[in-house]
Design a protein around this ligand. Structure first.
Ligand code: G1P
Length: 292
């Protein structure tokens, strides 16, 4: 039996400079795709995968995230007096239960590895998931659930992966692949943001991880990597050979919501996937198409 994955870490300390001015006083994770903040998609994906404890690694200016995952008495009273009990129930349904959400602050922006390391005492000695809210995935079965199902057999460490154009390897953690059945690829090596010519493959890490707590021992070393940051990828690379390590080619469409074009694509795709919006949005897109 593999030890159950009950906890998820959400690194949300980033400054979001690519989305200024929208992110000047609002966390980038609160940017909505259609009508839901990016961070809520990530939390709901974790809930759908059976996660029970939600750990946010925040930073300065991120209190809107804490408020979002808290009851708003005024709002709930207002909705109730208007007879919108459906909306009150909907909010209750996605709210993490009391005592199952925790916040810690990454006091300095030292990289993703450092952000995850800041959660070490909250995670403790058990496997855990990491979800990067910038990577939004439209899928029938949520991506982390697909990973949990694969993890139930493989155990060890697992990352979500997809092939990217070779000229984009500089944006990702990239795998050197061992045994590969077309769905699960054994991770033989891992490099953070390699130049296209130096990349061991084009199979790249998308922001979903299932990790063993031993990763914290490697992150303890606080070694700087690409971009002079403490990289999660480098700590994972050190774990190769110590436990099974796989990349899962998930089913679904991934949108890079850390990028303006990716964010716009996500809004269109998620709107088209919604029954109540599909008609009007599709007809507007057809109109636009005639103008192009
Ligand atoms: C991070 C990771 C990288 C991964 C990427 C996925 O990079 O460091 O390995 O491929 O997320 O989105 P970032 O996008 O934070 O630069």
């Amino acid at each position: 039996m593999k030890q159950a994955v009950r906890k998820a870490v959400f690194p949300v300390g980033g400054m979001g400079t690519r989305f200024l001015p929208a992110t000047k006083s609002m966390p980038k994770e609160m940017l909505p795709v259609v009508d839901k903040p990016l961070i809520q998609y990530a939390v709901e994906e974790a809930q759908a995968a059976g996660i029970e404890e939600f750990i946010f690694v925040t930073g300065r200016g991120k209190t809107a995230i804490e408020d979002h995952f808290d009851h708003s008495v005024e709002l709930q009273d207002l909705l109730a007096t208007r007879g919108r009990t459906d909306q009150v129930d909907a909010i209750r349904a996605w709210m993490p239960p009391a005592g199952q959400v925790a916040y810690t602050r990454q006091q300095e922006p030292l990289g993703l590895g450092h952000a995850v390391w800041c959660a070490r005492h909250l995670v403790g000695d058990e496997p855990f998931a990491v979800l990067l809210a910038d990577d939004l995935i439209l899928a029938d079965t949520p991506c982390l659930k697909q990973m949990m199902d694969a993890y139930a057999t493989s155990g060890g460490n697992m990352v979500a992966v997809m092939d990217v154009p070779r000229e984009h390897t500089k944006r990702y953690g990239v795998l050197a692949v061992g045994r590969d059945d077309g769905r699960l690829a054994e991770v033989k090596g891992l490099v953070e943001k390699p130049e296209p010519a130096a990349a061991p493959s084009t199979l790249s890490v998308i922001g979903r991880y299932i990790l063993q707590p031993a990763v914290f021992g490697h992150l303890d070393r606080q070694e700087r990597g690409a971009g002079d940051e403490i990289q999660l990828t480098d700590a994972l690379a050190r774990m190769i050979g110590t436990a099974p390590f796989h990349g899962l080619r998930f089913e679904g469409e991934r949108f890079d919501c850390g990028d303006k074009v990716g964010f716009l694509h996500a809004n269109m795709a998620f709107a088209l996937a919604r029954e109540d919006l599909r008609g009007p949005v599709a007809s507007f897109l057809r109109q636009l198409n005639r103008r192009l």
